[in-house]
Design a protein around this ligand. Structure first.
Ligand code: C2E
Ligand code: MG
Ligand code: MG
Ligand code: MG
Length: 282
C-alpha cells in the first residue's frame, strides 16, 4: 500500500542519514586525532611572475597524511573542520608552520611572500589578529612576507569584522588576497571600500579559457576591474601554455598552476628556490 511504501522510504532516508552522520563522526574523531598526533603537513605551491619566470610567492596548502601513508585532500576535511570549529587549532598550526617556513625561505629569497588560507570560522575568532601578530613577532620575520587569502563570502557575511581585521593586518604590513574570486557573491563596492591587495581569479574560469568565450570575457573583466581599482591580480589553475600566454598578453602577470608546479613538500620547494637562484647567477 501507499502507506507502507512511504514508511519504507522514510526508513531508507533515515538509514542514509544515519550513515552520513556516522561517517562525519568518524571523520571528526580522526581529525581530532590528527591534530593531537600532528598528522598534517604544509605544502607550498610556487606562484610565478609570468613575465620573468621567477617564483615571487608561494601558497601554503595543508595536507593530511593518514597513518596508512595516504593523503586526504583538504576539500574533504576543511569543510568539516569549519563546521566543528577544529579549523581554529588547525589554522593556528598552519600559520605557525608557514611562519617557520618563511624564516628558512628568507635565506634564499628575502622578498618571497607565503600566502595562507584563512577560512570564515577563523575570521569570526576574535583572537585571530592577536595570534597572527604574535606568531610573526616571536619569529622575527617581516610581516611583509606573509599574505592572507580570504574568500568573497566573508566580505559580506561579516563586513565590519573583516574591515577591522583587514585594517589591522595592513597596519602591520601583511598583504591580502580575495581567493576564488568570481565564484562567490561579493558586492563590487566592497572591493573598493576594503583594504585588499589582490584578487585571485578562480581556476574554474581559467580551466577552459582556450575554448570558452564566456570564460575569456570573465577573465578579461576581472583583470580590467582589478587594474582600475589598483589591485593586483593572480590567476589560479594555469595548466597549459595557452592559458599562461593569454594571461600575460592581457596584463595578468602573476599565476600559479600545474604548468609550473604542483604544491610541493617544503624541502622540494626550497630546492626549487635554490635552483632558481643559481640559474639567475649564470
Ligand atoms: P584554494 O585556496 O583555492 O587553493 C588552490 C587549490 O587549487 C589547491 O587545492 C591547489 O592544489 C589547486 N591547484 C593549484 N594549481 C592547480 C592546477 O593547475 N590545476 C588544478 N586542477 N588544481 C590546481 P588543494 O590544495 O586541494 O586545496 C583545496 C582548498 O582547500 C583550497 O583552495 C583552500 O580553500 C582549502 N585549503 C587548503 N589548505 C588550507 C589551509 O591551510 N587552511 C584553510 N583554511 N583552507 C585550506
Ligand atoms: Mg587559496
Ligand atoms: Mg583559490
Ligand atoms: Mg578553493
Amino acid at each position: 500500500s501507499a502507506k507502507k511504501g512511504s514508511k519504507s522510504k522514510l526508513r531508507f532516508y533515515s538509514k542514509a542519514l544515519k550513515e552520513e552522520s556516522m561517517r562525519r563522526l568518524e571523520l571528526e574523531n580522526a581529525l581530532r586525532k590528527a591534530i593531537d598526533e600532528n598528522q598534517f603537513e604544509l605544502f607550498l605551491q610556487p606562484i610565478m611572475n609570468l613575465a620573468t619566470g621567477v617564483i615571487t610567492k608561494a601558497e601554503a596548502l595543508i595536507r593530511w597524511r593518514m597513518p596508512d601513508g595516504s593523503y586526504t585532500s583538504p576539500d574533504q576535511f576543511i569543510p568539516l573542520a569549519e563546521q566543528t570549529g577544529l579549523i581554529i587549532p588547525i589554522g593556528k598550526w598552519v600559520l605557525s608552520r608557514a611562519v617557520e617556513m618563511v624564516k628558512v625561505v628568507l635565506q634564499h629569497q628575502p622578498d618571497l611572500k607565503v600566502s595562507v588560507n584563512i577560512s570564515p570560522r577563523q575570521i569570526a575568532d576574535r583572537q585571530l589578529f592577536e595570534f597572527v601578530s604574535k606568531v610573526i613577532d616571536h619569529s622575527g620575520i617581516p610581516a611583509q612576507n606573509i599574505e592572507l587569502e580570504l574568500t568573497e563570502g566573508v566580505l559580506i557575511d561579516s563586513y565590519d569584522r573583516v574591515k577591522k581585521l583587514l585594517e589591522q593586518v595592513r597596519d602591520i604590513g601583511i598583504s591580502t588576497s580575495i581567493d576564488d574570486f568570481g565564484t562567490g557573491y561579493s558586492s563590487l563596492s566592497y572591493l573598493q571600500k576594503l583594504p585588499i591587495d589582490n584578487l585571485k581569479i578562480d581556476r574554474s574560469f581559467v580551466y577552459d579559457l582556450e575554448q570558452n568565450e564566456n570564460d575569456k570575457a570573465i577573465v578579461l573583466a576581472v583583470i580590467a576591474m582589478a587594474r582600475s581599482l589598483k589591485l593586483g591580480v593572480i590567476a589560479e589553475g594555469v595548466e597549459n601554455q595557452y592559458q599562461a600566454d593569454f594571461l600575460l598578453d592581457n596584463k595578468c602577470d602573476i599565476a600559479q598552476g600545474y604548468l609550473f608546479s604542483k604544491p610541493l613538500p617544503f624541502e622540494q620547494f626550497c630546492d626549487l628556490l635554490i635552483a632558481q637562484k643559481h640559474a639567475k647567477k649564470t
